[in-house]
Design a protein. Structure first.
Lengths: 241, 490
């Protein structure tokens, strides 16, 4: 079983991934400066590259770099209320960005079945786990829906592009969210039915075809996260200057 | 054994689809087919057996449903799941994993089989169902038929005593339906009890032991396949039932198109991400012509229809309308696609608002006339989402008429429709054809093609090898295209 995982390349245990997200939130919270935030983003990008997501990693890092430069420029050049406004907004943005980026990687690399059995191992309640699993499964469905909706909008002479949105925001939003909501409520029902008629509510501990096991990669990943967080704490506390 | 004792059920806040005083015994190893018009309650029957009623769908339930002497409503869902396996209509939303192996093992993982046994069961299942080629694949890349096979395999792996199938063929092409029939024969030979609710009857005629006909929530007749076969055609059609034998379905004489040439495709080639999808396509279509488009999943039917509508970018060759070339924008202006899932193209909060949606100066008289013509006038204030599937489809068609589109593409307009609704759609298409519109219909439905189309285009392996008139002379060729075989096995 482990061989199967190795064949597919880099693999992390869903529990380790959850732990990484937790550490990422903490690290973002205590980050002493923009520099540390940037290092955090680079570390996450490295994880992305290990998962084979080159494009995602490069794009997100470049975008973040632009935002960083913008932040520095605003801090030095602007004054008054405009500065306060931007600083407040960007402050929030910087706190959230790393976590969002990591979440993107985790969501796209975790199989529903792995997630289910990992949650089982840590004895998470089924009432919480099943809706999460349905959500995890629903994300790729949205991508499919979006393709159809784009076509339908074009045939109605509504442009599904950012430019079209600026020209006619109300109508564009209506065109996207009405069919998406309709599709979502139906899909969520059908997915739930498909899962409960195959016994997802079984209280016995679930097994999994793909064995999940914390391996060396997981421990290394988690140690790096902890080490980085500890480093930040030390800098904050003034132990290292 | 499954027993229904005086079962009545009505959904909460809904008059339709209920059941009245159902009494039925189904013995082990029997295959029972439930049929009848849309809304007759056949799906409701399956939901009573797999426990979705009352656990997922609320409503008022009277009487008892016993499976092996146990009352279903007293069992928790996961225990029912071990006894009763369910396969549903929509292949898109009945899988839970992203890769096929995990999906096949999903049910048995929930049953907590030890990992070693899991792997054995998955191997056994894929061998039995002959789907080794689908191992370890991304489900999102599979065709509808392949997805349906995986859904079936996942239930098969759990090895339930009872199989329930709710309109399993709705989204399948002819070959996939035959493969599904093969799988049903396999489980029947294993002595499983099989319950199927279905509109398409022909592929089940040699599998079903009994055919239960429902009308307005009551069992009004129970046939053997032989009795149903002997039923005269007009009687069967009055009951709202589809053909029992596709051999007897013949092209209705649509007058061969002889009008003015409207659309012409010269040397059209379509690519997607540098890959050639279709090439060397030459078609000309006259005013009012109705053209069927067939081919296996992945043969390029979708790309073709999107290209006709100006939605696909990567096109070569010329599209001419009345002799003048149309670029992508012009095609987009002239054409409209009625999607298989119409919900994607309905945006407004009432039928009337939908008809004028996005039009700067809507012509109110045209809107009124169109709604009147399509029988939608009584529903003008209703929210499109509260309408039935057929009515939604007509709203989409109304939109196309109000936007004065001359080129229409229908994607699988009859999937999951009973006989009545199918003839209604056929009537609608005939009316559009009389208005002089050029119509393409992507479909797997042989009965429907025989009723509506004057021509059929066949796509295969990136080309268009056949362009056949729908006439008696071309019947053998048509049967070949739709895999209507005379024997029962292939």
């Amino acid at each position: 079983m482990m061989g199967e995982n190795r064949k597919k390349g880099f693999w992390l245990d869903p529990r380790a991934k959850l732990f990484l997200i937790l550490m990422c939130v903490l690290a973002s919270m205590v980050a002493p400066s923009l520099g540390y935030q940037f290092i955090l983003v680079l570390l996450i990008a490295l994880l992305g590259v290990l998962f084979g997501k080159w494009k995602y990693a490069v794009n997100t890092v470049c975008f973040y770099a632009v935002i960083c430069v913008l932040t520095v420029w605003i801090m030095t050049e602007m004054t008054g209320t405009l500065r306060t406004m931007f600083v407040a907004f960007l402050g929030l943005f910087h706190k959230v960005y790393a976590c969002g980026m990591l979440a993107g990687i985790v969501l796209s690399t975790t199989k529903v079945s792995e997630f289910l059995s990992a949650m089982n191992r840590i004895h998470a309640p089924k009432k919480l786990v099943i809706p999460l699993a349905v959500m995890l499964r629903y994300i790729p469905t949205i991508q499919e829906d979006w393709r159809f909706i784009k076509d339908a909008m074009r045939m109605r002479d509504v442009s599904p592009t950012p430019a079209g949105f600026l020209k006619n925001p109300g109508m564009t939003i209506e065109c996207i969210y009405v069919p998406l909501m309709m599709a979502a409520s139906k899909a969520a029902d059908e997915l739930s039915i498909a899962s409960i008629t195959r016994g997802i509510e079984n209280p016995n501990p679930r097994t999994c075809l793909v064995q999940i096991k914390c391996g060396a990669a997981d421990w290394i990943g988690m140690s790096v996260a902890v080490a980085f967080f500890a480093l930040e704490l030390c800098v904050q506390g003034g132990v290292i200057s | 054994m499954i027993e229904f004792e005086n079962v009545s059920f009505s959904y909460q806040g809904q008059e339709h689809n209920g059941l009245h005083e159902i009494n039925l015994k189904i013995s082990d190893g029997e295959c029972v087919l439930f049929c009848g018009r849309s809304g007759c309650g056949k799906t409701t029957i399956t939901r009573l057996v797999n426990g979705l009623i009352p656990q997922f769908y609320q409503g008022e339930l009277q009487g008892r449903i016993l499976v092996d002497g146990q009352k279903i409503s007293n069992l928790p869902m996961y225990q029912i799941a071990a006894k009763v396996g369910s396969v549903f209509q929509n292949p898109r939303t009945q899988f839970f994993n992203v890769d096929t192996d995990s999906e096949i093992s999903f049910g048995i993982e929930n049953e907590a089989l030890p990992p070693k046994e899991l792997a054995e069961r998955v191997d056994q299942t894929t061998d039995d169902l002959n789907i080794q080629n689908l191992r370890n694949r991304n489900i999102f890349e599979l065709s509808g038929g392949e997805k349906q096979k995986i859904a079936f395999a996942s239930v098969y792996a759990m090895n339930p005593e009872i199989y329930l199938l709710d309109e399993p063929s709705s989204n399948l092409d002819m070959t996939s339906i035959q493969e599904l029939a093969g799988h049903l024969r396999l489980i029947k030979a294993q002595g499983k009890t099989v319950l199927i609710a279905e509109h398409r009857l022909y592929y089940l005629m040699d599998i079903a032991d009994r055919i239960v006909y429902l009308d307005n929530g009551r069992i009004t007749n129970i046939f053997t396949p032989e009795e149903l076969r002997r039923l005269p055609q007009d009687m069967r059609e009055r009951m709202g039932l589809r053909a029992v034998d596709l051999q007897e379905v013949l092209p209705l004489t649509c007058q061969p198109a002889s009008g003015k040439e409207m659309l012409k495709l010269c040397d059209v080639a379509l690519h997607y991400k540098e890959r050639s999808i279709l090439h060397n396509i030459n078609i000309s279509a006259t005013k009012g012509e109705v053209i069927g488009v067939v081919g296996h999943n992945g043969a390029g039917k979708t790309t073709f229809s999107r290209a006709i509508c100006g939605l696909h970018k990567d096109c070569e060759g010329q599209f001419l309308w009345e002799g003048k070339p149309m670029d992508r924008k012009a095609r987009l202006k002239r054409s409209y696609m009625v999607m298989q899932d119409v919900n994607y193209e309905l945006f407004a909060d009432s039928v009337e608002a939908e008809c004028s949606f996005g039009i700067r100066n809507p012509d109110q008289t045209l809107i009124n006339a169109t709604l009147e013509e399509l029988g939608l006038a009584p529903y003008r204030e209703r929210h499109p989402n509260t309408l039935s599937g057929g009515q939604k489809q007509r709203v989409a068609v109304a939109v196309s008429m109000i936007c004065v589109k001359d080129l229409l593409v229908f994607d699988e307009p009859t999937s999951g429709l009973d006989f009545d609704s199918m003839t209604q759609v056929a009537g609608l298409i005939r009316r559009l054809s009389n208005m002089g519109k050029v119509i393409f219909i992507v479909t797997h439905d042989f009965e429907f093609v025989c009723r509506t189309c004057s021509r059929v285009l066949h796509f295969d392996e990136g080309e268009m090898p056949d362009d056949v008139q729908v006439t008696m002379d071309a019947l053998p060729k048509l049967r070949e295209l739709f895999s209507v075989s005379d024997g029962k096995e292939r």
